[in-house]
Each structure stands twice: as structure tokens, then as C-alpha cells.
Ligand binder design. Structure first.
Ligand code: NAD
Length: 489
């Protein structure tokens, strides 16, 4: 049974254990102990003591960076192992999980490098006799709560800037994918991070996660997951008056104009929805194609979709693996059935894959649906699976209104050779990330955020560390000028 990691110690958690399964054949990966409420309290008390009383918050940026660079090197040494582990946990193809570990390494090195460049501020000296400056201080104990779809990248994306800001972090990974989080604990331990600054508490969100975020000593909730859980956590944070960073769901539009390079756009659209089997917050799940090329583009799309290599996630050439679980596969299939009831035509896919290579796992065919409008339920709700709805458009204003007609605003894709039009569209679309003639490209230097119900706050970027800090402004009087009341005799 896997132990949990509390303030530098490995122990069997006192909660109800859970199991991790390989989605490709449902074999058991590991049994994982889960934190009890006493474990939560122990970890948070240790975290609070660690950020307040250890030297970490006042450690020189270069020394903090040295530890973070060690973390990056260890991630690199264990790259293949970590990628394979994540593939076992959530069934993503190895080519994708290698990319996620690379992203985690790059994030760690980037934030470590930024540490030396963060300045405090000498603010505008408006009052001649007073020197004013603003410093940045840690917030305290940060709750990092993550989903199952890209754990290694989303966890590092929270832990590293939070530690860089002088805080302590309690990580609560998704139940299905706790193995990576526990490996990260071994890496931080080996890199020499002082005990208490990082703990991993596994277990159910509604029990362990809830206890962590409600703990009085937790000062920020950094959450990635569904909009419904995010909304609940926002209520918890409002009650406690603490800050949040919420990276939530999406239903992203992809727009193909009549002048798009069809071959490149077809590939981009397919990659945008079907990579990760559609289990990506940024999946481009609503496709708007210009009426004048609709039939031609759709034919090319269907032809290419049928050629996607679906199968063993451990094989290097696999493009699409299984869905994370049977329960999730059934949810996806229910959405497809609902789309048919709403009048949709399934032009490819729409069924669970069967046969020798698929029977043991939770495989679903990449699916394209036509004949629906953006008002259909399947276009309004996040499916988190390999399902694309294609719709024609002709009028640009109507297109923008439809693309923006969503509670979500995470990302959007634009395919056109006309860069003026692309930039105009980029301004008009309500989303935190816009890709023009590409999709799912990321840079740790570029902030990532959701508009509307896709999130609150941002991650990444050089100043991402400051999102885990608070300001303190200091006024230092330089002359003998008395305050007004001193003159009152
Ligand atoms: P989820 O909201 O069910 O769970 C996410 C995490 O929250 C898990 O660790 C879970 O245990 C925990 N949790 C659940 N209830 C909790 C509670 N009451 N208190 C504290 N923690 C609790 O999401 P999921 O199904 O694991 O992930 C899929 C969702 O994540 C999708 O909606 C997807 O769009 C979203 N996502 C968003 C981004 C982004 O950056 N915007 C990235 C990846 C995934």
C-alpha cells in the first residue's frame, strides 16, 4: 500500500484507501492509502510552522533556485519513469505524457530562473519627505488541488511558483491519479526542500480536499478542475476571505475561415479535439466551418479522423488512448446519445471501440457530429471526451455571437491566412487563450487563464510567483515634519 507524505515523513494515511487502475486494461496499478482528518490537520500545522519559522521565506533567491533546479534535474533523470507512471494512471499516450513531464521540467527551470529577477517596488515618491516602498511576502499555506487529466504538469505549475514565493504547499491530487503526486514528494525530499514545506494528502475531494480548503490556516486555494467544484471552492474561499486561483472547464470554439490552409487546419482541428481523447480543458469541441468550404472540409476531417491511431497508450506511435474510466466512457456515450435525440447526425465514431486491442479497456471512437446548432445541450456542456460538433457559418457577426454563446471562455482556435481578420477575431472572442493557425501550444512564460466560468485568476508567466504572495507597503518618514495633530497644542 502506498504511503502518504506529511512534512517529510511517509506514513499510512488513516483514511479509506483507494486504488489506481490502468485504463487500457483495468489492471490494478497500486493501492493508495488516504489521509484522515487528523492527517490533514498534522500536515497543515507542520506547513504553517515551516513557512513561518523555517528560513525558507528569507532564503536567498539563488539558494531557493538551487533547490528548484535540483527538482528539475531529478524530474529530468526520472522523465521516462514519470511519463510511464502517468500513462498507467490515466491512460494518456506515452508521447503526450513525455510532453507533460517536459513541461513540468521547463516550468521548474523557468520559475527558478525568475527568482533572481523579482524586484520589490520603489513606488512613486509623491510625498517628498516620505520614502515609500512595497515588498512582497508569502501568503502562508497554499492548498493545491488538481484533476486527473494532466497531473504532472498541473501539479508542478502550482507547487513551484508557490514554493518560490516562500509558501508551504499541501497537494491534494485527484483520487484516480495520486501516484505522480507521491513521486513528486520523493523528488522534493531528495532535492533537499526543508520538511513541512510540501505534503501530499491523497483521498476523496469531498472529504480530504474539503477538510484542507476549510482549514483555518490555509491562505489560498489553487485549484484546477471542474467548474462545479471550482464554484464550491469559491464559496469556501469567500467565507474565509482568502484568495483563489481557479482553472476550470471549457467548451472551446474553433473557427475555420474560407481562406484557411485546409490540410494544416484539418490536422490542427483534429489534434485540438482528439488528443488526450478529448480529456483536456482546452479541447476545441465546437467547430465552426465557413459555409463555402463546409462540405470539403468536413470530408477531409472525417477521412483524417478515421486514420487516428487509437490503441495501446504505451506504444510510441499511439495518438489516442482509452478514456480514464468506464464511468467516464458511459458519460461520453450518454452525451452522444443525447446529441442523436436532439437531431444530430453522427458522421464518424459514436461508439465504444471493441475487438482484441480494445475489449479490456475504456476505448471510445473519435466522434464527429453534425446537424446541430450551438444551442444544443451537447454544444453547451463540457463532455471531456473525443466528441466534436461541426457547424457551418456564413456571417461573421453571427459567428462571433455563437462562438461566445457559452458559459465558458477558456480557449479558441482561428484558422485563416488573413492575419488582420485573425487578430480582429482574437479581440472579439471571449476566451483566455486564442490560438491562430495552431492549437494547444503553450509557453510557461505566457499567462494562462479562463474567462467567464472557465476560471478566476491566472497561472504561469514571470509574475506567476506574485500570485502566491501579498504586498506590504512601507512608509518611512525622512524628515521631522510632524503629523497634522502634532501641531494641535
Ligand atoms: P473535479 O472538479 O471533479 O476534481 C478536481 C479535484 O478537486 C480533484 O482532486 C478532486 O478530488 C477535488 N475535489 C472535488 N471536490 C472537492 C471539494 N469539495 N473540496 C476540495 N477538493 C475537491 O475535476 P476532474 O473531473 O478531476 O477534472 C476534470 C475537470 O477539470 C474538467 O472540467 C476540466 O475542464 C478541468 N480542467 C481544467 C483545466 C484548466 O486549466 N482550466 C485543466 C485541466 C482540467
Amino acid at each position: 500500500m502506498k504511503k502518504i507524505f506529511i512534512a517529510g515523513k511517509w506514513k499510512l494515511g488513516g483514511g479509506k484507501p483507494s486504488k489506481s487502475y490502468y485504463p487500457a486494461d483495468h489492471s490494478e496499478n497500486a493501492e493508495i492509502s488516504s489521509a484522515s482528518l487528523d492527517d490533514v490537520d498534522e500536515a497543515i500545522l507542520a506547513a504553517d510552522a515551516a513557512w513561518r519559522h523555517s528560513d525558507w521565506r528569507d532564503t536567498l533567491p539563488s539558494e531557493k533556485a538551487t533547490i528548484l533546479f535540483k527538482v528539475a534535474n531529478l524530474l529530468e533523470d526520472k522523465k521516462t519513469f514519470l511519463a510511464k507512471l502517468q500513462t498507467r494512471d490515466n491512460g494518456k499516450p506515452i508521447s503526450e505524457t513525455m510532453g507533460l513531464v517536459n513541461s513540468a521540467i521547463a516550468t521548474t527551470r523557468y520559475i527558478a530562473s525568475c527568482l533572481e529577477t523579482l524586484d520589490n517596488e520603489l513606488t512613486n515618491q509623491r510625498i517628498k519627505s516620505v520614502l515609500t516602498f512595497t515588498t512582497y511576502e508569502p501568503l502562508g499555506v497554499i492548498a493545491a488541488i488538481t484533476p486527473w487529466n494532466s497531473p504532472v504538469a498541473s501539479e508542478i505549475q502550482k507547487i513551484i511558483p508557490a514554493l518560490a514565493g516562500g509558501n508551504a504547499v499541501i497537494l491534494k491530487p485527484a483520487e484516480a491519479t495520486s501516484l505522480i503526486a507521491l513521486e513528486l514528494a520523493t523528488i522534493f525530499e531528495e532535492a533537499g526542500l526543508p520538511a513541512g514545506l510540501f505534503s501530499v494528502l491523497t483521498g476523496k475531494g469531498s472529504v480530504v480536499g474539503e477538510a484542507i480548503v476549510k482549514h483555518p490556516l490555509v491562505q489560498k486555494i489553487s485549484f484546477t478542475g471542474s467548474t462545479s467544484t471550482g464554484r464550491h471552492l469559491a464559496h469556501v474561499a469567500a467565507e474565509k476571505l482568502i484568495s483563489t486561483s481557479l482553472e476550470l472547464g471549457g467548451k472551446s470554439p474553433t473557427i475555420v475561415f474560407e481562406d484557411a490552409n485546409v490540410d494544416i487546419a484539418v490536422n490542427g482541428v483534429i489534434y485540438g479535439i482528439f488528443s488526450s481523447s478529448g480529456q483536456a480543458c482546452i479541447a476545441g469541441s465546437r467547430l465552426f466551418i465557413h459555409q463555402s468550404i463546409y462540405d470539403k472540409f468536413l470530408d477531409a476531417l472525417i477521412e483524417k479522423t478515421k486514420k487516428i491511431i487509437v490503441g495501446d497508450p504505451e506504444a510510441p506511435n499511439t495518438q489516442m488512448g482509452p478514456l480514464v474510466s468506464e464511468a467516464h466512457l458511459n458519460t461520453v456515450d450518454d452525451y452522444v446519445k443525447m446529441a442523436k435525440e436532439e437531431g444530430g447526425n453522427v458522421v464518424t465514431g459514436g461508439y465504444r471501440l471493441t475487438g482484441e486491442n480494445f475489449d479490456k479497456g475504456s476505448y471510445y471512437a473519435p466522434t464527429i457530429i453534425t446537424g446541430l446548432t450551438n444551442q444544443a445541450q451537447i454544444c453547451q456542456e463540457e463532455i471531456f471526451g473525443p466528441v466534436l460538433v461541426a457547424m457551418p457559418f456564413s456571417d461573421e457577426d453571427a459567428l462571433v455571437a455563437e462562438a461566445n454563446q457559452s458559459v465558458y471562455g477558456l480557449a479558441a482556435g482561428i484558422w485563416t491566412e488573413d492575419y488582420r481578420k485573425a487578430l480582429d477575431m482574437a479581440k472579439r472572442l471571449e476566451a483566455g487563450t486564442i490560438w491562430i493557425n495552431t492549437y494547444k501550444k503553450f509557453s510557461i512564460a505566457t499567462p494562462f487563464s479562463g474567462h467567464k466560468e472557465s476560471g478566476v485568476g491566472k497561472e504561469k508567466g514571470r509574475l506567476g510567483i506574485l500570485d502566491y504572495m501579498q504586498t506590504k507597503s512601507i512608509f518611512l518618514n525622512l524628515d521631522e515634519t510632524p503629523n497634522p495633530w502634532c501641531e494641535v497644542k
